[in-house]
Design a binder for this molecule. Structure first.
Ligand code: MG
Length: 159
């Protein structure tokens, strides 16, 4: 049997007016966006968190602390690349990724293919090994009221 490891990732960012809306490295037109020390890309952060978790190497905050000026306003695609390098360094490759984005608006379904292609390019895997799903929280709680975006990710690594 192959050496396989699963990982679970989670992230949430507050949404505020006047911020660019970046998800999976893709800019989505909206007059609000995620607040964060980096660009606030919750999908990429959840994926990084899942990769780091699968490797049992702590969490994303330990690897990219929000006290380090290197990461202020950083494009999260760079964090994704660094985390993928960590996966490779430990001898693993990604079998597949599944994510659920919880967001009231804007509608992200028209951007799913570009998001998957953008992630696949950095991760070096085919886009059909990446699943990104979207749901709302039925207007209940902070995400449902449109005040936040949350993402859950699960990942399978194979050595
Ligand atoms: Mg984050």
């Amino acid at each position: 049997m192959k050496d396989i490891r699963t990982g679970l990732g989670y992230d949430l960012h507050r949404l505020e007016a006047g911020r660019p809306f970046i998800l999976g490295g893709i800019h989505i037109p909206a007059d609000f966006g995620p607040v964060g020390y980096s660009d606030g890309d919750a999908l990429i952060h959840a994926i990084c968190d899942a990769m780091i978790g699968a490797l049992s190497l702590g969490d994303i905050g330990q690897h990219f602390p929000d006290t380090d000026p290197e990461f202020k306003g950083i494009n999260s695609m760079i964090l994704l690349e660094k985390t993928m390098n960590l996966v490779r360094k430990h001898g693993y490759s990604i079998n597949n990724i599944d994510s659920t984005v919880i967001l009231e608006s804007p509608r992200i379904s028209p951007y799913m293919d570009p998001i998957k292609e953008s992630l696949a390019g950095v991760l070096g895997i085919p886009a059909d090994r990446i699943s990104v799903k979207a749901t709302t929280n039925e207007r209940v709680d902070a995400t449902g009221e449109g005040r936040a975006i949350a993402v859950y990710t699960s990942i399978l690594l194979i050595k």
